[in-house]
Design a protein around this ligand. Structure first.
Ligand code: IP8
Length: 240
């Protein structure tokens, strides 16, 4: 079982609102279509979710109770999700959408309650569930952002994933001289930069922190490394 995240910055042009990086998405979809393991895909927000989240002041900790704001973020993400699904369907992948807003809820201590029976059943029926960064109703906050990385962590634990992959715009975790670090076992192992574009859910340091807490080995790589990851190789950086 593989949990794969396609970074929003990979499949969209993150600096231009609601703009796809179509060639990149095509490459990602080609690679996913070539995977032989059971797979769950999560995609990030890129220029679809993050601009709206920033405009409405919505983050993982801070929400809005304005339905217009909630739907601005969610609607942009479902638009992107439909495009991702279409690209996968074009290649014969039986991809189905899963929207966290419909079933997830964050309680007062920030913990996300996310029933995953639908994901389990889709996998059992040989579908490929495709989740995405979203918003979820949150106690006392209206809605807050659910990041794709948070979903990856939840799915990896729930499904007891064998491998977790984050397809990023960089070829792995970089050291101070921009060289890819082969292995990261603690936050001290590398100079971790923050994402430069608008991103309400944190950059590389946050990703590594989340991945270090998982039992499954996680891999961070770029689009060039994605086909190799999906056939069991170890491109980029292993976080374990
Ligand atoms: O790009 C958050 O997902 P991420 C998406 O994985 C938003 O951080 C802002 C709804």
């Amino acid at each position: 079982m593989i949990v794969l995240k396609l970074g929003g910055s990979v499949i969209t042009d993150k600096d231009r609102p609601e703009t796809l990086d179509a060639p990149a998405l095509d490459r990602a979809a080609d690679a996913v279509a070539g995977a032989s393991d059971d797979l769950v895909v999560v995609h990030g927000g890129g220029s679809f979710g993050h601009h709206h989240a920033a405009a409405w002041g919505v983050s993982v900790d801070s929400g809005t109770d304005d339905v217009e704001g909630a739907l601005a973020v969610h609607g942009a993400m479902t638009t992107l999700n439909r495009v991702v699904l279409a690209r996968l369907h074009d290649r014969g992948v039986s991809a189905l959408p899963v929207h966290s807003l419909s079933v997830g809820a964050r309680n007062t201590d920030g913990v996300l309650d996310l029933p995953l029976a639908a994901v389990d059943r889709m996998l059992a029926e040989s579908f490929v569930p495709v989740l995405h960064g979203d918003v979820a109703a949150t106690a006392g906050e209206g809605v807050t952002v659910v990041s794709g990385d948070e979903l990856v962590a939840r799915l990896a634990r729930h499904l007891d994933a064998d491998r977790v992959g984050l397809c990023s715009t960089v070829p792995g975790v970089l050291d101070g001289e921009n060289r890819v670090v082969d292995r990261v076992s603690s936050l001290d192992d590398a100079a971790l930069g923050e994402s430069a574009s608008t991103d309400v859910t944190g950059g590389m340091a946050g990703k590594v922190r989340t991945l270090l807490e998982l039992d499954a080995p996680a891999h961070i790589f770029d689009l060039d490394g994605l086909p190799a990851f999906l056939v069991g190789e170890t491109p980029g950086t292993v976080v374990d």
